[in-house]
Design a protein around this ligand. Structure first.
Ligand code: KE4
Length: 429
């Protein structure tokens, strides 16, 4: 059933008169799947409602944050109560202490944590800190991983950079990118070679412990352990970018799920419960280099903002106090995976489904997708057709094959059944 989206079409035309590309973040523009982005108006639980009043089951959940579902009651109430008394002080508050203590109680290797307002800020600050702590300039990132849009990270990045296939980004100077070394995901030897070729020059290795910006790609067995061993042997700071995985894959994130612990960890998305929040934290001896304790400067007018904090705190506290949520998320994602697996197998279409906790992605690929090259070589045109078919069925998937799907605790068995049935319809039409 095709959906009338005239209002979205109208709004998109108007938006482009005042906003570059009509969107405030490129991946929202539907560039890789084609067509006109859908303008959303309201959302509740598992559903979003667009400007034309169409309902969608949401498998993006704001690219990860809405793990409890949209407009989750206790979060809404906490924000409503707080906003009457404060939006921002620019001064320290008790709530920021409570937020830091809550994070530390959920992630054992976080000694100190600094709040910021986005995942980009968290990752750029963690890299600066690692460089300041080690006195070294170079760092290793992985093809297809995305750590926000700070200059140094926009080399062979995933997410929108992959979606738009931007090879070299204007404005990123050679002086910046010369210190960015890249290796394929899931290849320890490639990292060993880079380390040997840049002996004693590497400050950090930053990685999404479960990649989510080239679709979802879990680490191969032993991979993260291999990176940990290299960092221990070489005095390199291991940074886990848990902006997507943090507090999503488990209360302790990917570190808890994999049992591998980094020196610094960055957060975003879930940590704000839908409000702008990021954070970076880790080993005391490293974190103590951050101003005002140390000289690695980092700052932010709205860091620790009371409204963002109460939204994030209420979200994290709900997750911590109800561990059954993670079991439900895993069960829901497994049911979705199994249902899609049955449909795609019987349709005889080449595919592979990657999953970790409540992150999942479907790749129309003849072979397993274990790195960026595999993700790029999948039949992503078919993904685009599938995306639009599902959209017209009232199912909102990420508008790019290079993004993970995110499952919320609000998605019901009926929603899953509708999603699986719609997939069956598409592959048997
Ligand atoms: P933000 O600055 O967008 O809050 O976070 C940057 C970031 C850092 N690290 C990881 C692992 C991330 O996934 C992100 C942001 N993710 C994208 C989706 N792939 C956000 C969506 C967007 O760019 O609009």
């Amino acid at each position: 059933m095709s959906k009338d989206r005239n209002k979205s079409t109208e709004l998109f035309k108007r938006a482009q008169l005042s906003i570059p590309g009509g969107v405030n973040s490129p991946v929202r523009a539907f560039k890789s799947v084609g067509g006109t982005p859908v303008f959303m108006q309201t959302a509740k639980g598992a559903y979003m409602y667009d400007a034309d009043g169409n309902e969608y089951i949401d498998y993006i959940n704001s690219w990860g944050p809405m793990i409890l579902g949209h407009a989750y009651g206790p979060v809404v109430k906490a924000i409503q109560d707080k906003v009457q008394y404060a939006t921002s002080f620019g001064a320290p508050t008790e709530l920021e202490i409570e937020m830091a203590e809550l994070i530390k109680s959920m992630v054992p290797n976080i000694d100190l944590v600094r709040m910021v307002s986005s995942g980009t800020e968290a990752c750029m600050s963690a890299l600066r800190l690692a460089r300041g702590y080690t006195g070294k300039n170079k760092f290793i990132k992985f093809e297809g991983c995305y750590h926000g849009h700070a200059d140094a990270f926009l080399v062979k990045a995933g997410s929108g950079v992959a979606t738009f296939n931007i090879q070299t980004i204007p404005g990123i100077t050679a002086g910046v990118s010369m210190d960015t070394l890249t290796a394929p995901f899931n290849d320890v030897e490639a990292v060993e070679q880079l380390v040997a070729a840049n002996k004693d020059e590497i400050a950090a290795i930053i990685i999404e412990p479960v990649a989510g910006n080239m679709g979802c790609i879990p680490p191969a067995p032993g991979y993260l352990e291999g990176l940990r061993a290299i960092c221990d042997a070489e005095g390199i700071v291991l940074i886990f970018d848990e902006v997507m995985t943090g507090f999503r894959l488990a209360a302790g994130g990917a570190q808890e799920l994999t049992g591998v612990y980094a020196d610094l960890v960055t957060y975003g998305k879930v940590i704000g419960g839908g409000m702008p929040v990021g954070a970076f934290g880790g080993r005391r001896e490293i974190m103590e280099q951050i101003a005002p304790l140390g000289n690695v400067y980092q700052a932010g007018t709205l860091s620790g903002n009371p409204i963002a904090m109460i939204s994030g705190y209420t979200t994290l506290k709900t997750l911590k106090d109800n561990p059954a949520i993670y079991d439900r998320l895993r069960a829901t994602t497994t049911t979705l995976r199994d249902g899609l697996d049955n449909v795609l197998r019987s349709a005889g279409v080449p595919y592979t489904i990657n999953m970790a906790g409540s992150m999942i992605s479907v790749h129309f690929s003849e072979k397993p997708v274990t790195n960026f090259t595999d993700a790029v070589s999948a039949n992503n045109n078919l993904f685009s057709e599938y995306f639009h078919f599902m959209l017209n069925e009232g199912i909102y998937l990420p508008p790019s094959a290079y993004e993970s799907w995110f499952i919320s605790d609000a998605i019901s068995a009926e929603d899953l059944e509708k999603t699986i049935n719609a997939t069956h319809k598409f592959f048997n039409k």
